[in-house]
Design a binder for this molecule. Structure first.
Ligand code: MN
Length: 152
């Protein structure tokens, strides 16, 4: 079998960019709500069963509130913010680790003053995220801590 052409070394560049890594839109699917967020795919290889991506949201940016069968393993790299994981809300800072279990609602939000960026490891073969229905959103909002997070 032909081996893919793998980059063996790609140096870090300024502003949380990496050489030969393209800066992409967060999602192709613009039906999902999000704000001011970019994506770089750092590791994607047919021999790996996971991918490592770097997401960065501008100040006040946020990822889509969603859930799915696959998991995420997140390492914060820059900036501060908070995240929702299930019915818990966590403040996050550089080098913090966040686990998103299967079928767990999750969302990341950057603080208002600075960008926040994180590494996200994910299954290469994965299902599509689903968004909360109006009923599920109402259930989430019935938890005051979650309502506070959603209104940030
Ligand atoms: Mn997700």
């Amino acid at each position: 079998m032909d081996e893919p052409d793998r980059p063996l070394f790609r140096p870090a560049e300024a502003d949380f960019r990496w050489r030969d890594v393209e800066l992409l839109a967060y999602k192709q699917d613009h039906a999902a709500p999000f704000r001011d967020i970019t994506r770089q795919v750092l590791f994607h290889d047919p021999a790996l069963e996971c991918e490592l991506r770097y997401f960065e949201m501008a100040a006040r940016g946020f990822s889509t509130l969603e859930r799915h069968r696959h998991m995420h393993a997140v390492t914060i790299l820059r900036g501060n913010g908070c995240c929702l994981v299930g019915d818990r809300v966590f403040d996050v800072a550089p080098r913090d680790l966040v686990t998103i279990p299967p079928w767990t609602w999750h969302q990341f939000k950057a603080d208002k003053n600075e960008p926040m960026g994180f590494l996200c490891m994910v299954n290469a073969d994965r299902d599509r995220p689903v968004l909360p229905t109006d009923k599920e959103m109402a259930e989430l909002r019935s938890n005051p801590a979650i309502a506070r997070f959603l209104d940030l």
